[in-house]
Design a protein around this ligand. Structure first.
Ligand code: AMP
Ligand code: MG
Length: 383
């Protein structure tokens, strides 16, 4: 049932009463929030749910988050349960403004101060020493806490309405690609949470850049839309966690060691120059089809045009033009999830450059493929 719930000059939202329930009989509502957000009663109600220890999924500029009161260990335990998230994987705390950072960080290092000034609010998470008020349950026992100030108006309005920092991982079942629309949140969370705020598709589509600011040098633990190049302009030297570039090292962000972003069918990544991709895809698709496989592909517009005769349109997911990295990032997870309900038994994805935003895109594709990478040029395994 979709009904108009309320409308005003600045805020309009409708409310979809979907009756998918879990064993406990929980009903999941989706409330559409239009921007600019202006004291919407729905947001105040969502803030009440958070303060009372409940869960609310909400949009951010990166991906949709699954939020709970970040200072309430029991409320955060419900996040782990709803996602099936390993308990040693810490949660990021989301704040509305600079003052809220000081309520949870024991110290804001000079380098963190520079990043706050340059990129916050925005798609970046700073790792800082935590205050005792932050439960160890949410930091996986670490003495540090991940802090993010989202730019999305709905996210910040929700944090203000709740009046507490909101702990929020991505609103998907652990291991799956993160949701970039409310419909994708619903696919994983229906029956598990009471409320999803629908703010439309996310702008960036990949999770925040995580920067460890607790030591002498800034270290990128997870690449994102704030790129290494952008960080270096502000800080000078910035390191990459060695686990991001090679296997065999334990990542410093505990969550980065887990399988992630995986579609249901096994995925192979093709890496190489954009000009090599069309012929590489024709070769790899044909090879697999001759072996009896139903092949699905996640590719650029350029490659899609060159291979459209080889497979039905429903097995072809297009993520954007080759040179348009923001579009590729924004559509990547939706493209991966589009195969959830399709018959493909193997997937091929087109890689990008590793420069700029390409580092984040390739990080997600490497993880989604379990590091199964073929050279577009030779067809041989790279790793
Ligand atoms: P998610 O919110 O699920 O997209 O992932 C959050 C990521 O942040 C995971 O990879 C966590 O391991 C990482 N993270 C959160 N808090 C910390 C922390 N205090 N130190 C290092 N990594 C962290
Ligand atoms: Mg996640």
């Amino acid at each position: 049932m979709i009904g108009s719930w309320c409308s005003g000059q600045k805020v309009r939202y409708s409310f979809i009463n979907l009756s998918r329930k879990n064993d406990a009989g929980m009903e999941t509502k989706i409330i559409k929030i239009d921007k600019p957000v202006n004291q919407a009663p729905a947001l105040l109600a969502a803030g009440d749910i958070i303060r009372a220890g409940g869960l609310v999924a909400f949009p951010t500029e990166t991906v949709y988050g699954l939020g709970a009161n970040g200072l309430d260990a029991a409320a955060c335990a419900a996040i782990y349960a709803a996602k099936g998230r390993p308990s040693d994987n810490p949660l990021i705390l989301h704040v509305a403004d600079r003052a809220m950072v000081d309520t949870i960080a024991a110290a804001v290092t000079p380098m963190a101060e520079k990043l706050l000034a340059a990129f916050c609010p925005g798609p970046i998470t700073l790792i800082l020493p935590k205050k005792p008020v932050v439960p160890e349950r949410i930091t996986g026992g670490l003495g540090t806490v991940g802090i993010r100030m989202p730019e999305d108006d709905i996210a910040r309005a929700l944090i203000r309405a709740a009046g507490v920092p909101i702990a929020a991982p991505s609103a998907n079942i652990s291991g799956r690609p993160s949701p970039t629309t409310a419909a994708l949140v619903y696919r994983d969370m229906a029956g598990r949470i009471p409320l999803i705020l629908d703010g439309g598709p996310c702008t960036f589509g990949v999770e925040s850049t995580i920067v460890d600011c607790s030591g002498a040098t800034a270290v990128i633990l997870r690449p994102g839309a704030v790129t290494r190049e952008m960080l270096e302009e502000v800080l000078g030297r910035v390191e990459l966690d060695p686990a991001l570039v090679g296997e065999g090292t334990t990542p410093r962000a505990p969550g980065m060691k887990y399988t992630h972003y995986a579609p249901k069918a096994p995925l192979t990544l093709l890496a190489g120059a954009p000009s090599m991709m069309a012929s590489a895809f024709r070769r790899e698709i044909t090879k697999r089809q001759l072996l009896g496989h139903v092949v699905g592909v996640i590719v650029s517009e350029e490659v899609a045009a060159a291979i459209a005769d080889l497979l039905p349109a429903e097995l072809l997911a297009v993520y954007g033009r080759q040179a348009d990295l923001p579009s590729i990032a924004a559509h990547l997870y939706e493209a991966l999830r589009s195969f959830d309900l399709k018959p493909a038994d193997c997937l091929l994805a087109e890689g990008t450059t590793e420069a700029g935003l390409g580092l984040a895109i390739m990080n997600r594709l490497h993880k989604a493929s379990g590091f199964r990478t073929l050279s577009a040029k030779t067809g041989a395994f790279v790793k």
